[in-house]
Design a protein around this ligand. Structure first.
Ligand code: BTN
Length: 321
């Protein structure tokens, strides 16, 4: 989307009708330019209506990410974070990984990710305003060798947040997919840098579907769900980001003091496949079958296999067919 399209989006964000003529006048461009720019906005998955004689309207309006609003919702925790909002970027993780000299607690939230990245080289698809996509840079005194389990701890922070909003039927799939029985709600991509024995830093990227317009649902190559389908009163994105940051600050502190072990039982409570038969596809393509018996103190998946109890720190979990 070009900068003028962003301006137009802000001008019509109230959800009311705006005539093409008035918009064109406000920006000093032709009505055809307004038409083309708003078509590029609609391509990103927002519900734009155009009604002859009345003009353009964003069904449901659009609430932009807003730094002040997020800081206000954060309350006392606001001092722990430096928040930056980007309108458009390939990926918030990539963007933050370019700025590794920023302080711990730096948050980069992106309105429109054009090349969102997932675990194991996958793509994360989201549109304009339908998802919360952000990354948090966090610094640890410890080395990379003690960070195993961190990605599960992040899952715990996300579930604690979703519980605040009474999201129904949501759980975790090892290591940290957020899902319901009907599909995936969100995911976490953690990228670490530093020394084996410290200090280290991580960029924690989180994507959560807030709504799922048809165009976005079609671009996702697996069943997906959104918050507006599982919460009676879904939070808007600024509130959700603030709540996630509060829970992350708490969990990351607990993690640096005591490690993942103190959250292990809670993680297992949220584990969608606890005591269920699953298959684990290993990076080398082999598949291990067994019953998921939870996780170890350092976050490995525990499987009861025909050969006995085994622990795994890599692989992709699927249901047993
Ligand atoms: C996965 O499920 O495989 C992880 C998805 C992680 C997506 C988030 S969106 C914000 C951050 N930026 C990215 O490019 N990816 C993560």
């Amino acid at each position: 989307m070009n900068p003028r399209a962003w301006k137009l989006l802000h001008l019509i964000s109230d959800g009311g009708f705006h005539s093409g003529e008035a918009l064109a006048k406000q920006l000093g461009v032709s009505r055809a330019t307004v038409f083309n720019d708003l078509a590029s906005v609609a391509d990103e998955g927002v519900q734009l209506q155009r009604i002859r004689g009345r003009g353009y309207r964003l069904a449901g309006g659009w609430q932009p990410l807003d730094k002040n609003e997020i800081e206000c919702c954060l309350g006392a925790a606001a001092s722990r974070f430096q928040i930056e909002i980007l309108q458009q970027a390939a990926s918030s993780n990539t963007e933050l990984l370019r700025r590794l000299n920023v302080p711990g607690g730096t948050v980069m939230a992106v309105e429109l990710q054009t090349a969102g990245r997932g675990r194991i080289g996958r793509t994360w698809h989201s549109g304009l305003g339908n998802a919360l996509t952000f990354s948090l840079l966090w610094r640890f005194d410890c080395g990379l060798n003690v960070l195993s389990g961190l990605s599960l701890a992040v899952g715990v922070a996300i579930l604690r947040t979703l519980n605040r909003y009474k999201a129904t039927g949501v759980g975790l799939k090892w290591p940290n997919d957020i899902l319901t029985a009907h599909g995936k709600l969100g995911g976490v991509l953690i990228e670490a840098q530093g020394d084996m024995y410290g200090p280290s830093l991580v960029v924690i990227g989180i994507g959560i579907n807030c709504s799922l317009p048809m165009t976005i649902a079609q671009s996702i190559n697996q069943p997906a769900v959104a918050l507006d389908g599982i919460c009676a009163a879904p939070p808007e994105r600024n509130q959700l980001l603030a709540a996630l940051l509060q829970e992350l600050a708490e969990v990351l502190h607990e993690f640096s003091v005591s490690g993942f072990a103190v959250m292990r039982a809670e993680w297992e409570q949220y584990h969608a496949q606890q005591n269920l038969p699953i298959q684990l596809q290993m990076p080398d393509g082999t598949v291990v079958s067994g019953v998921a018996r939870g996780v170890s103190d350092s976050g490995e998946l525990i499987l009861e296999t025909a050969q006995g109890i085994r622990q795994y720190n890599a692989g992709e979990v699927g249901a047993r067919s």
